[in-house]
Design a protein around this ligand. Structure first.
Ligand code: ZN
Length: 414
């Protein structure tokens, strides 16, 4: 894996770029088709069927991988399963090389986060409208476009480089947005490449790191009854005291951030957000339960279990009326090498296709890349409004991503 990648012969490079260009409409159509599938957690199968069929048509041997919920719970870095895995699986396609070469795993996640207020979108969140050089919709940027680019790149390399030495592995996983057990289980099933690329939105940068992430659900308990019994303070204030305790931990972690890799990209890389609140049914009733769902970021100096312990202790010190549960993520912070044969191959392909010197970056969020121990990068298109209103992907950059990944994949596996 330490051998530098030999540049592709000019003729082969041209053949690959021509093949990607010929599939441009197919790339955009696949992205649109995937966006139209409302692949919220638990509803991934419509998109997975499309990808399964597409990989089979390109000659890949396709299998499904279902996470083992008990094994995931037992692994301190896997996710807490979001739902039952009945009828839900990741798709893995493999196309072997002639042998003796380096393999490459190309990955994307098919799950998307919910839409909060669809009526306030200018573009139908599930319509995959194309306007102003962009494709709009939930999951367009994060990350159905990048997933489609990985699939098209793999199709091109399988077709144009049938004699390559290394194997191509393509996976479309579930639950990246809620714990990461899709990719975790795919790797555990043995689908491990000598290098990995994730088509996650990176604005054409080589993204090689991400923060740790833990999710915590804080629940304030009280006894329900008529508001005539209400006193000066109630469940809401208890919950607010617990949230304030999380904010104090957040401030400690960011003042200043101890992990230099993350301090270099942000003065507040380890954010805590309260993304969802729930509880109560009537204004003149005191609630039985009020809950706040928190996402907590942290650096490489801290283990997920340590963060969980800090949260339990800080909340207990602030109030005895709030319980803490942990859901979804037990993600470690990670930072892969930004140089070496694989990043260098992607950088060279970027120079060829985009014509500029690529930037490297790391993210203040997590990705399934944290599970990879060898060379790994996220490399994806220019996008906007991820997880927000009117999410989009820039189509010109999407075509470039397919070209860059195809060239890097061909060079890596040659
Ligand atoms: Zn993503």
């Amino acid at each position: 894996m330490t051998e530098p990648t030999t540049p592709l012969p000019a003729q082969l490079e041209t053949a690959i770029r021509t093949a990607v260009e010929a599939r441009k409409e197919s790339l955009f159509e696949l992205t649109a088709e995937l966006v139209r599938q409302q692949t919220l957690t638990g509803q991934e199968e419509g998109a997975q069927r499309i990808i399964d069929a597409r990989l089979r048509a390109a000659g890949f041997a396709v299998e499904r991988v279902q996470p083992d919920a008990e094994a995931a719970l037992a692994d301190p870095y896997a996710g807490y399963p979001a739902l039952s895995y009945e009828g839900r699986s990741s798709v893995v396609g493999r196309s072997p090389g002639s042998g003796g070469g380096r393999s490459l795993h190309l990955n994307g996640h098919v799950d998307v986060v919910p839409v909060e207020r669809p009526e306030e979108w200018a573009h139908d969140p599930w319509g995959a409208e194309i306007a102003d050089g962009r494709l709009w919709g939930r999951g367009s940027g994060d990350m159905k476009a990048g997933l489609a680019a990985c699939i098209v790149a793999a199709e091109v390399v399988a077709e144009v480089c049938p004699d390559r030495a290394g194997e191509l592995i393509v996976s479309s996983v579930i639950e990246e947005e809620t714990g990461g057990n899709g990719m975790w289980s795919v790797l555990r099933a043995g689908h491990v490449g000598d290098a990995t690329v994730f088509g996650e939105p990176s604005d054409l940068c080589l993204d090689h790191g991400g923060t740790g992430v833990v999710w915590a659900k804080l629940t304030a308990h009280s006894s329900s009854g008529h508001a005539e019994t209400a006193k000066r303070s109630g469940a809401f204030e208890e919950l607010a005291a617990a949230v304030a305790a999380l904010r104090r931990l957040e401030k400690e972690r960011n003042s200043p951030p101890r992990d230099p890799a993350f301090a270099a990209v942000s003065d507040w890389p380890f954010g805590t957000s309260i993304g969802k609140i729930e509880g109560g049914v009537w204004t003149a009733s005191t609630p039985e339960r009020l809950a706040a769902h928190a996402r907590i970021g942290f650096g490489r100096e801290t283990e997920p279990a340590e963060v969980q312990q800090e949260v339990v202790e800080a909340v207990a010190a602030a109030t005895d009326q709030v319980t803490v549960e942990f859901t979804a993520f037990r993600a470690r912070a990670y930072c892969h090498d930004s140089t070496g044969p694989w990043p260098d191959a992607v950088a060279a392909a970027h120079r060829t296709v985009v014509g500029t010197e690529p930037q490297t970056t790391i993210a203040t969020a997590t990705a399934d890349a944290r599970y990879i121990t060898g060379p790994s990068l996220c490399y994806g298109p220019i996008t906007g409004n991820l997880h927000g209103r009117d999410e989009w992907v820039d189509l010109a950059s999407l075509e470039q991503v397919a070209g860059v990944i195809a060239l890097a994949a061909a060079a890596w596996t040659s």
